[in-house]
Design a protein around this ligand. Structure first.
Ligand SMILES: [Zn+2]
Ligand SMILES: [Zn+2]
Length: 318
């Protein structure tokens, strides 16, 4: 099922739904996470859709042995993960890479990394997970790949993503390439923040719905919805940077580039939004399929919507 299948609703209904689900022994072991929404429904409509593949990867994923559990990384509980992180950060502060026995990989997209990530993590220098190539480098790009020179038998590789699916795909790729000690974070980042707090986490957590990013403290089990609004305002990440001017501000928001053919999801400050007409760079402002600047938390509609408005306007002018 796709992630659109996650419903949202009042807190007490969500809690009773979970306890109803867990009463059924087939689902009693399932890890369920509840996440607060500060501005009404995060998922106003329940949609069920079949998607043959949730993870997009260059070259496809059908050739990967994804159903073979032995190809997957070993899931660590949040507290096991935390002690491994201590090891990573000890290596990290010492001298990078040479005697590293532990590597921490963020396998999410650039726009997720930009608002927050684990301290000491590395990520491939590409915008999207689908073009990730760590561990697969040919000799010429060996310097930009932290997995290129490590001891495949004895180095621990810790991978994390939001919910764990991308790690399952990536660990199959790395296993095929001979990497032995692969670990993932059980339940993903949100489960870690809920269970351990923001230890070794920098910034906020990107989420795939209208809320876009959440402060780590919102994952504390005891936070009440009213309290959450205050947290959102006071704890907006101050480490994230505007993609355009690099200013570090707390009032940044994610927006898709107004140029439909770019559509990059990027962090932008209020000052850069109108001069660049909602685009990610100057070049995009003169692209042929430009959409209007979006206000607030709106998302772009389908292109024909803007094209029709444009056609109407040009008819009025002639
Ligand atoms: Zn800016
Ligand atoms: Zn752009």
């Amino acid at each position: 099922m796709s992630r659109e299948s996650m419903p949202s609703g009042p807190y007490k209904d969500a809690v009773s739904y979970v306890s109803w689900l867990k009463d059924d022994e087939r689902f009693s072991h399932i890890l369920v996470q509840i996440s607060h929404s500060f501005s009404g429904h995060a998922f106003p409509r329940l949609k069920l859709r079949y998607k043959p593949s949730l993870v997009q990867l260059e070259g496809g994923i059908s050739h990967l042995p994804l159903l073979d559990l032995s190809m997957r990384a070993k899931p660590l509980t949040p507290s096991q993960w935390r002690s491994k992180l201590e090891k990573v950060n000890k290596d990290y502060q010492g001298n990078v890479n040479l005697n590293t026995t532990c590597i921490l990989l963020d396998v999410r997209n650039g726009y997720e990394w930009d608002v927050g990530h684990f301290h000491g993590a590395e990520r491939p220098d590409v915008d999207c997970f689908r073009s990730t190539s760590y561990g697969q480098s040919e000799s010429e790009d060996i310097d930009s790949d932290p997995l290129a020179r490590i001891d495949k038998e004895n180095t621990d590789i810790l991978m994390y993503c939001t919910g764990g699916i991308r790690c399952d795909v990536y660990s199959a790729i790395l296993r095929q390439r001979g990497f032995k000690n692969l670990y993932t974070l059980k339940g993903g980042i949100s489960h870690y923040l809920w269970s351990e707090g923001p230890v070794d986490w920098v910034g906020n957590l990107f989420v795939f719905d209208a809320r876009l990013s959440l402060p780590p403290s919102s994952y504390k089990a005891e936070v009440e919805p009213e309290e959450f609004i205050k947290l959102e305002v006071s704890e907006s990440s101050s480490f994230a940077k505007c993609h355009v001017c690099s200013t570090q501000l707390s009032a940044l928001r994610h927006r898709n580039c107004a140029n439909l053919d770019c559509n990059l999801l990027f962090l932008c400050c209020a000052g850069c939004t109108s001069p660049l007409k909602g685009c990610c760079c100057l070049e995009c402002t003169s692209a042929p399929r430009l959409r209007p600047v979006l206000i607030g938390q709106q998302r772009y509609k389908k292109w024909h919507h803007y094209r029709d408005i444009e056609m109407q306007n040009s008819r009025l002018l002639t």
